[in-house]
Design a protein around this ligand. Structure first.
Ligand SMILES: [Zn+2]
Length: 505
């Protein structure tokens, strides 16, 4: 007898429909799974057999063939235990095939029949809704995240027996549908760090505020002990919380890790990988590609401390993702795409010893050594860093003085307003921030104030600004104008933006 039901597989961040087909025939008792399964799927045979028997049913002593279609897509994981067990029970006549046409299933079985949560559930629920299924049977523990998706009814099952009871029930299925909690966007995370703890450094703080408002990449250069790390870690405390769509996107990425119970993520991610990280760890990769740090920082901050310590090859590999806001990894003729739209913050010393430019003349490096130091990190990657700021060591009176400094909350309120202006500006576009704006927007802004063209031409003649540098200068000016609640970019906005181009001067 032939029977088929629907389940899902993951390709990168997206789910695809997988048909679990079964054919039971006479012949030597056997249990074969075909359709490019990996080792973990082949192990499903033992789990499924034990859980069917331990749930009080009979495992048919026939020739059983399971095909996971499409057959050319390599499949991994233990997602298909539940659909395989159900397919065996229906085709051996032990349960009815009610609701199977309008439902889809996912879940890993334990030997005693318990259904364990799986990863990637949010992507699968989205797919289930898009192929117009009515019900999606998921493991208990996955239902809260799956329930966030509209247009699909989620039913969470604790074990195989409960799942079958629901499917065989004479009552309406809606009784079992998970009622999801409402998205509460106003909840914002409290951090135990705050900008008010950083004394002085008003220029760098202003740079951080501008960078966060427009999602511009930022490089902080300063001697050891100047507070580069302290400042960068606090950037996340001034960024507005994620909106609903962004939360779903970020949760989808985190849901691919081995953390199947993860709740909806509301706060922006902050990732701070060490310079010894591998390329797959940073960019993403593996036999079955998984997201790397750049994707885990999606919609948030990627902070590379001691930037100059990162191997050049690793930095080069960042170029394309910074540009494209996504990374595509190809394995077995399949392309896995992961989004990675992050704000990059880099921190580094000004030279090998760390004290170049320090007022106490502590630097021991020769001119050649300083040049060699900068050469290592310069080039295409630095050209993609919109803003650069120097962070001098504090004078003693600044460090210990009772200077009142602004709290993260106060700065965040201004960043929120700048975000709102950009949301309105790009409401009909796919971009969200000034840093992503293309030539058409830049032309519009330049035409609003005829004087800007001349200032920009003068500046670029006197400095080493590249075409990319000029366009980023105008985008930073736009963000400063947004913080100033100004429709037009003025000369002052442009001049301030230019102060964050120290490497081009
Ligand atoms: Zn030095």
């Amino acid at each position: 007898m032939f029977f088929k039901l629907d389940s899902f597989s993951l390709i990168g961040i997206e789910a695809v429909k997988v048909g679990v087909e079964i054919y039971i025939s006479r012949g030597m008792p056997s249990f074969i799974i075909v359709g490019l399964p990996d080792k973990s799927i082949n192990e499903a045979r033992d789990r499924v057999k034990a859980s069917i028997i331990n749930s009080g049913f009979t495992f048919p002593m026939r020739k059983i063939i399971i095909n996971l279609s499409p057959a050319d897509l390599k499949k991994e994981g233990s997602f298909y235990d539940l659909p395989i067990a159900l397919a065996i029970l229906v085709s051996s006549g032990q349960i009815n095939d009610n609701y199977f046409n309008c439902s889809c299933f996912i879940g890993e079985l334990s030997l005693d029949g318990l259904i364990n949560p799986v990863r990637g559930i949010l992507s699968m629920a989205q797919k289930a809704a898009s192929i117009k299924k009515n019900y999606f049977f998921v493991p208990k523990g996955n239902e809260n995240v799956a329930g966030l998706i509209k247009n699909i009814k989620i039913i969470g099952c604790h074990d195989l027996i409960e799942c079958i009871k629901i499917l065989e029930s004479k009552e309406e299925l809606k009784k079992y549908v998970y009622i999801s909690k409402k998205f509460n966007g106003v909840h914002s995370r409290r951090y135990d760090i705050d900008f008010s703890e950083v004394k002085g450094q008003s220029r760098a703080k202003r740079a951080m505020e501008i960078a966060s408002s427009g999602f511009h990449n930022l490089l902080i250069v300063g001697p050891p002990g100047s507070g580069k790390t302290l400042l960068a870690q606090r950037a996340i405390t001034i960024m507005p919380d994620l909106n609903y769509d962004e939360s779903i996107e970020v949760t989808k990425i985190y849901g691919l890790l081995k953390r199947p119970n993860c709740e909806l993520i509301i706060e922006r991610p902050f990732r701070n990988p060490h310079h010894t990280i591998s390329e797959p760890g940073l960019i993403g990769g593996g036999i079955y590609p998984k997201p790397g740090e750049i994707s885990l920082a999606h919609k948030g901050i990627l902070f590379l401390d001691e930037f100059s310590e990162f191997p050049s090859k690793l930095l080069e590999s960042l170029r394309q993702p910074i540009e494209n806001k996504s990374i595509v990894i190809t394995r077995n003729n399949t392309s896995y795409k992961f989004p990675c739209s992050f704000m990059l913050i880099l921190a580094m010393n000004p030279c090998f010893c760390g004290y170049f430019g320090d007022k106490n003349d502590k630097c021991k490096c020769s001119k050649k050594e300083v040049e060699r130091y900068w050469k290592k990190i310069s080039g295409p990657i630095l050209d993609r860093i919109d803003m650069q700021v120097n962070l001098p060591r504090l004078k003693e009176e600044e460090f210990f003085g009772n200077i009142l400094t602004e709290t993260s909350h106060a700065i965040k309120e201004r960043v929120k307003k700048a975000f709102a202006i950009q949301n309105d500006r790009y409401k009909n576009d796919i971009i969200r921030h000034n840093s992503e704006a293309g030539a058409s927007y830049i032309n519009i802004w330049m035409n609003q104030n005829k004087d800007l063209g001349k200032i920009v031409t003068d500046l670029s003649k006197k400095t080493q600004l590249t075409a990319r540098g000029i366009s980023s200068l105008i985008k930073i000016s736009r963000t400063i104008a947004d913080l100033d609640n100004s429709d037009e970019i003025t000369r002052d906005h442009l001049i301030e933006a230019f102060q964050y181009k120290i490497l081009s001067i």
